[in-house]
Write a protein that binds this ligand. Structure first.
Ligand code: PLP
Length: 361
């Protein structure tokens, strides 16, 4: 047995212990077939049934109507940075982009290879803290093919508390917040997420796209990145990432057993409150994001005395609290507390933080 640890990695992130246990139990003998789910054809009736059930469970969890296709695609979140313009941006077209941090900025760099990316709002600060400019200040294009934004910035810890209202189709990178809070899918035209934060193993991307947007891909779009082609092949134009899809299906079932998205959102609120309270109360730690736009999933924080950073990480690790180092671009600490992180994990972290502050404050 390994020692008990709590893993705060931003991604690939921890998965629910119950899911990992189930995967282990059926690793060598899936559905009585005598082999692993990894070793069966994606064209077999057993696999096809499992894949369809995973999609149905996701549709249930997010209440996704038949107006939307749900695709299980390759190449993770970033794979969508190019797939979106290839599928939705005509030659010579304009895409509006809201930048609130590292990931929404990354999407711009890729989009520019295919057309014009118009930055309608950029990272904003109030009193040195990151915030999100209100929509009334965004400089929309008159002719955008879509508006792209990132509801939760994984590196920066900035999360939207509103859904933008746009004339052009709304595209959301939900890689680090999908299934963490209730949403109305009908507010969006395309939602995508790399799997390795709240869904399953890396490499897989989930795309939820309004069917009326299909069929506009550029001629040179690789078939495996063409939404319409993938839709017509049930995401099996080629061999999909079969094990990742299977594990995602287990996570969806686990989430349903927790009571679904509404129930997990309550837990996520409680976890985030516990952690931000400890950061805010006292003189030892600080958050550099304005309260209204703080992420519930990724909580960056700083020690006011940054010379204690290495010691903090070392002692945290000794206490079984791992992967707390902030992203190299922003420094400090970051605790990622996705759906799979139990309340006790956050409690263990805050107990450690209070202790550490007492010892070194
Ligand atoms: C992790 C992440 C990505 C990139 O995912 P990859 O699967 O590594 O390509 C994109 N956007 C956001 C918001 C992320 O958190």
């Amino acid at each position: 047995m390994t020692n008990k640890i709590y893993n705060f990695c931003a991604g690939p992130a921890m998965l629910p212990a119950a899911v990992m246990q189930q995967a282990q139990e059926e690793f060598l003998n899936w559905q009585g077939l005598g082999c692993s789910v990894m070793e069966v054809s994606h064209r077999s009736p057993e696999y096809i049934a499992m894949a369809a059930e995973a999609e149905a469970d996701l549709r249930d969890l997010l209440n996704i109507s038949d107006d939307y296709a749900v695709l299980f695609m390759h190449a993770g979140g970033r794979g969508q940075f190019c797939s979106i313009p290839m599928n939705l941006l005509p030659e010579g077209g304009v895409a509006d982009h809201v930048i609130t941090g590292a990931w929404s900025e990354g999407a711009v760099a890729e989009c520019k290879k295919y057309g014009q990316a118009n930055i309608i709002s950029n990272v904003t600060y109030v009193d040195g803290k990151k915030t999100i400019a209100p929509q009334s200040e965004w400089q929309f294009s008159s002719d955008a093919s879509y508006v792209h934004y990132c509801p939760n910035e994984t590196v920066d810890g900035v999360e939207f508390d509103f859904v933008p209202k746009t004339d052009a189709p709304l595209v959301a990178d939900m890689s680090s917040c999908i299934l963490s809070r209730e949403i109305n899918v009908n507010d969006y035209d395309l939602i995508y997420a790399g799997a390795q934060k709240n869904i399953g193993p890396s490499g897989l991307a989930i795309v939820i796209v309004r069917k009326s947007l299909l069929g506009k891909a550029r001629g040179y779009t690789p078939s495996i990145f063409d939404y319409q082609q993938q839709e017509s092949f049930d995401s099996m134009l080629n061999t999909p990432p079969t094990y990742a899809w299977y594990l995602a299906g287990l996570v969806f079932k686990w989430l349903k057993a927790q009571g679904g998205v509404a129930a997990i959102e309550k837990q996520n609120i409680a976890k985030a409150e516990l952690l931000y309270d400890v950061i805010d109360n006292g003189e030892f730690y600080e958050s550099r994001v304005v309260k209204a736009h703080r992420s519930r999933m990724n909580v960056p924080f700083y020690l006011k005395n940054e010379s204690l950073n290495d010691l903090f990480l070392k002692e945290a690790k000794q206490a079984g609290l791992v992967a707390l180092k902030g992203h190299r671009s922003v420094g400090g600490m970051r605790a990622s507390i996705y759906n799979a992180m139990p309340y006790e994990g956050v409690k263990a972290l805050t107990d450690f933080m209070l202790d550490f502050a007492k010892k070194h404050g």
